[in-house]
Design a protein around this ligand. Structure first.
Ligand SMILES: [Cu+2]
Length: 162
């Protein structure tokens, strides 16, 4: 009788010890992710207010997780080309609520809504190394857009159509 109880206690003690060891093992391992500690460095434009628009119809997407230049200005009817000059995949995705009222929605992959673009990424709409995406801007105004996987890294841009 007593023998039975003590055996059970022993088993419980073993079990909790096992859990303790398991947790310790978990915490100790798995911390070997190589994290490139490159913080985003917005130093390229000399740290201005960000209100400078470059007159160009070509935007690079690079491994610094940025659109370069970040803000461009083109005339209505211009076809803008985004080119991935790095090796990390990006998207060009308009903010549906931050384009001119009567403008056509645009996103790499050819989606007609932001939600559709987000839902399909990265199976569709991913611009890979050396790839390009083009869009022709017919309506004047400002268009804000972003890269789906790197929005949190500040990968956003603006096209101003005049
Ligand atoms: Cu990106």
């Amino acid at each position: 009788m007593t023998d039975d109880i003590s055996r059970r206690r022993f088993a419980v003690a073993l079990a909790s010890t096992g859990i303790g060891i398991g947790l310790a093992g978990c915490g100790g391992g798995g911390a070997s992710t190589e994290s490139p500690t490159e913080t985003a460095t917005p130093t390229e434009s000399g740290g201005g207010s960000g209100d400078s628009f470059e007159q160009t119809d070509t935007v690079d997407m690079n491994d610094e997780l940025a659109f370069a230049p970040k803000q461009i200005e083109v005339e209505a009817g211009t076809t803008v080309t985004w080119e991935n000059v790095g090796s990390i995949g990006h998207s060009v995705t308009a903010y549906e609520d931050e384009i001119p009222e009567d403008a056509e929605y645009f996103a790499s992959g050819g989606f007609d809504s932001q939600q559709a673009a987000v839902d399909a990424y990265p199976d569709e709409g991913n611009v890979t190394e050396g790839g390009t995406y083009e869009h022709t801007f017919e309506t004047t105004g400002e268009y804000e857009y972003y890269c789906i996987p790197h929005e949190m890294n500040g990968m956003v841009g603006t096209v101003r159509v005049v």
